[in-house]
Design a protein around this ligand. Structure first.
Ligand SMILES: C[C@](O)(CO)[C@H](O)COP(=O)(O)O
Length: 163
């Protein structure tokens, strides 16, 4: 089933949820921009939801040190650093994000502010979101270099797996 998207990522997810037949109680929200996510990652997300987690995200520890900044005083000016979060507690989150259907529906009914992922809406309900291991091949293909990497991943898969 294909449903026309909305004006925002949240609205598109909500429209998809509204159209979902009643028999499905686990819902995955995936970025089309992550076409190479391995099936094992998808399976791990589904399994964690089936095991009782209200919301599950695949994620990787960042390999860079991450800084929090304040916005630059003028466009192009250097940004002042305000903090360096402890990297061992940070995770770079991917998709598909998995949800108990009722929980995701409640999040979309109650949370109105703009967010960058659905799991953060569940966090705002005060429910626990859990992390399962993500995969380096689940990166977003949004920049020219990502396309080069995607082609390399596909070439390796063709060589190793025949597809
Ligand atoms: C959901 C997401 O992929 C998690 O990293 C990310 O937030 C999506 O961001 P986008 O700007 O909507 O691609």
């Amino acid at each position: 089933m294909v449903v026309p998207g909305g004006a925002s990522r949240q609205e598109s997810v909500r429209l998809g949820l509204d159209a979902l037949p009643p028999e499905y109680d686990v819902v995955l929200v995936h970025d089309a921009a992550r076409p190479l996510v391995p099936v094992d990652t998808v399976d791990a997300v589904i399994e964690a939801v089936r095991d009782g987690a209200p919301a599950v995200v695949p994620a990787l520890p960042p390999s860079d040190t991450v800084k929090e900044v304040t916005p630059a005083a003028a466009p192009g000016a250097p940004e002042p650093v305000v903090a360096t979060p402890d990297r061992s507690r940070l995770r770079a989150v991917q998709t598909p994000q998995g949800f108990d259907r009722q929980v995701l529906a409640r999040a979309h009914a109650e949370v109105t502010e703009n967010v960058t992922d659905d799991a953060s809406m569940v966090e705002q309900l005060g429910l626990t979101v859990v992390v399962v291991p993500g995969h380096e091949e689940a990166f977003k293909v949004t920049r020219p270099l990502d396309l080069v990497l995607a082609e390399a991943v596909l070439a390796r898969r063709r060589l190793n797996d025949g597809f």
